[in-house]
Design a protein around this ligand. Sequence first.
Ligand code: ZN
Length: 380
Amino acid sequence: MSTVRVFRDDQLPKVFHEPFIKTGYRACETSLSECLRSALYRTNETLNFWTHFVPFLYFLCRIFYLSSYLDFLNDPFTWPLLGQLVCSCLYLSASSVAHLFCCLSERARHVCFFFDYSSLGMYSLGCCVAYRFYAFPHNLMNTNYFFLYIPIAALNAVFMCTCGASGSRFMKESLFRHLCRLSSFMFPYIFCSLPLLYRVAACPDDECDAPSVVVHRWQFVAAFFTAFIYASHFPERFAPGKFDVFFHSHQLFHIVASIATNLQVDALLIDIKERRDFLIATIGMPTFWYSIGILSIIFGIKLFLILVFSIKVYSKPENKHVYMVNGEIIENSCTTDLGTCAHVRNGGRNLTNGSCVVTNGKRKNNNHTHKSRKTKLKNH
Ligand SMILES: [Zn+2]
């Protein structure tokens, strides 16, 4: 089996860099087969893939197991749970695929993460639908807040998670961009969790006696650590280059997020069992359109928005990466193992042996191929 090429961060364009990760990068124009092979090779993305792919298989098995005693087809009461489980599988599988194929090209990397962010929005919405029908505090049921909860969550899923997070990929690398992306995920999650947080923290109507409450609390503890690990880049922040392949923050983030999702399903199952009669009597049976229906509609809108963002990415001229080797200019390969890459946009005048620059692709002949192609440039 042929090997997978790996590189240092200074051999790749900046768009491929991860904070505090120094080595183990795949080439930024990796072929499809090399991407697939990299799942079994030591790169800094390998465990990012597995830490979401294994939970995806687990939740898939869990759906099949639950369908042995829950009637997902004929019992409308189970539809919000089914929606939440499918959305969980969606975000886990989209994330795995994004991490595996994000090195196909610079443009493909953007598209991969559009899917990743949009699936997280679907997951937030799936949680909201499940919370509304199973976990809402008694004293907030049938209020205006209760009736507006799903419509606002749907808007959040579209505008925050898709437009906000995906749009942030068009911004320049900065703290603002990082905060923008983080808040695009955090705001919808916090909005969805507010009624449940109120229920498990304020205990209205002695609701904390419910057996699900302790599991919901553990879910929030895990969710807090998920956000902390993602935002802090712990532990690689304190030892850059030491956690490039194993135990860097993104892998830990995936693992703790999967644990939080599992605790969430556990708690919902307890609520479904314990509160079923009370919920049906108080808020009625879930309807198709307010559970599976709204999830399907928002999923369709998100696919359309991903298409729009992808067209925007592919309609821009592609960045060119130009290297000077032995007095000769090599362009089109975005990875070089020949020297350190300087990545000067629109530059090229200061090329030295073994260095590289990035231009904005304004040259006419900008076909991108996987192989480097030697070109004598007259005007760079
Ligand atoms: Zn990830």
